[in-house]
Design a protein around this ligand. Structure first.
Ligand SMILES: *Cc1c(COP(=O)(O)O)cnc(C)c1O
Length: 390
């Protein structure tokens, strides 16, 4: 049996990219607990607790709230294929990769899609949606709260009024905001939302919490045609997560243990304290990067705490910098996507990854990786970040 591979021994990386973030050791330990059956009374209790804790991080009392099996994109697809029937008019905000993806999924689900275009690296304004709508009515207004491809944050609360003008439900991508930024589905009047486990919840990728308002649930119940995807059909899956506990697909038991622990850690820290931690570390990182002479992509008041995009200086080979960080410092940061490919780095400070030691590691390692290519930092990044903490 000499051709059997050796057991895995992955390197321990510091994950400061756009996701996954570093998994908390307590979450890794939960993933390794004994697997029980998906209808075991013990597991039903796990499900109930995951659902209750998911409601808290979403800021909602929505009955229909639970994690879908699959990554954040599965949550996106779940919301869109369940809410859309062929020919429905859907307005999608697009100022980065994930708005672009929502528009594509909506089109494939049979919607007539209108796009509200925004600049990559800026927030979307209510006016951008009004202008794109041109006075027409829509079934659904879709928007990304935290656009991880650029680091821009769009205010959701003002979009409720826009959705009302258009006769539309409001669907929000909260993949990078849940657990890192305030999310208030009920206060904002959101009808449907989805998130993911591997960003600010610091659980490995694999689950996507979703939530539907009473109005969203009414629209699901009133569908004239069956949901095109059997696997993502909420009318079937809700029977498993609801009181019937009817088999649909086998829940990923151990992933739900992991999410249970990740949500417990969020609630134990406290939402306010967690948001403050994300904000403080992001501010210190930005201060340090600017002290080095680097330019940030997003204006200060539209920036995301969990993700900072920074421009690659002229003449620097951005991929070589990332390779150096990985090889020399076990540190992962992200490159740019779409029109920003090759032009920016994306530095995530999400969940367990958001801590002062990581901010300092990132600033030190980036300075030395840039020095290899002859870039001389303008000032002392560590001193500047320390001043931001003071
Ligand atoms: C990561 C991400 C997604 C997709 O999640 P996957 O887990 O990669 O499928 C969707 N939206 C946003 C804003 C994201 O950051």
């Amino acid at each position: 049996m000499s051709n059997v591979p050796t057991p895995l021994a992955p390197p321990t990386r510091v994950l400061l990219g756009p996701g996954p973030s570093t998994t908390d050791p307590r979450v890794l330990a939960a993933l390794a607990l004994p697997t029980v059956g998906h209808l075991d009374p013990y597991f039903l209790r796990v499900m109930d607790e995951v659902r209750d804790m998911s409601r808290v991080v979403f800021g909602t009392k929505n009955e229909l709230t639970f994690p879908m099996s699959g990554t954040g994109s599965a949550g996106m697809e779940t919301c869109l294929v369940n809410l859309i029937e062929r020919g429905d008019r859907v307005l999608v905000g697009k100022n980065g990769v994930f708005g672009t993806r929502m528009a594509e999924v909506a089109r494939r689900a049979g919607a007539e899609v209108t796009v509200a275009e925004g600049e990559w690296g800026r927030a979307l304004t209510p006016q951008a949606f009004r202008d794109a709508a041109g006075g027409a009515q829509f079934k659904l207004l879709c928007v990304v709260h935290a656009e991880t491809s650029t680091g821009a944050r769009t205010e959701i609360a003002p979009l409720r009024a826009v959705a009302d003008e258009l006769g539309a439900m409001l669907l929000v991508d909260c993949v990078t905001s849940v657990g890192g930024l305030p999310v208030e589905l009920d206060a904002w009047g959101v009808d449907a939302a989805y998130s993911g486990t591997q960003k600010c919840l610091s659980c490995p990728p694999g689950l996507s919490p979703v939530s539907f308002s009473a109005r969203g649930q009414e629209v699901l119940a009133a569908r004239k045609t069956p949901v095109q995807s059997w696997y993502l059909d909420l009318s079937l899956i809700a029977n498993y997560w609801g009181s019937e506990r009817a088999y649909h697909h086998t829940a990923p038991i151990n992933m739900l243990y992991g999410l249970h622990e990740a949500l417990r850690l969020v609630l134990d820290e406290g939402l306010e304290a967690r948001f403050a931690r994300h904000a403080t570390n992001a501010r210190a990182l930005c201060t340090g990067l600017e002290a080095m002479g680097l330019e940030l992509v997003v204006p200060a008041d539209e920036r995301l705490a969990p993700l900072t995009a920074v421009r690659v200086p002229d003449g620097i080979d951005e991929a070589a910098v990332r390779a150096n960080l990985l090889a020399e410092h076990d540190l992962e940061i992200g490159g740019g996507l779409g029109p920003l490919a090759g032009k920016v780095w994306r530095i995530g400070l999400m969940g367990a990854s958001s801590k002062r030691a990581n901010v300092e590691l990132c600033l030190t390692a980036l300075s030395s990786a840039l020095a290899v290519q002859g870039f001389a930092p303008r000032g002392d990044a560590i001193a500047a970040s320390a001043a931001a903490y003071a």
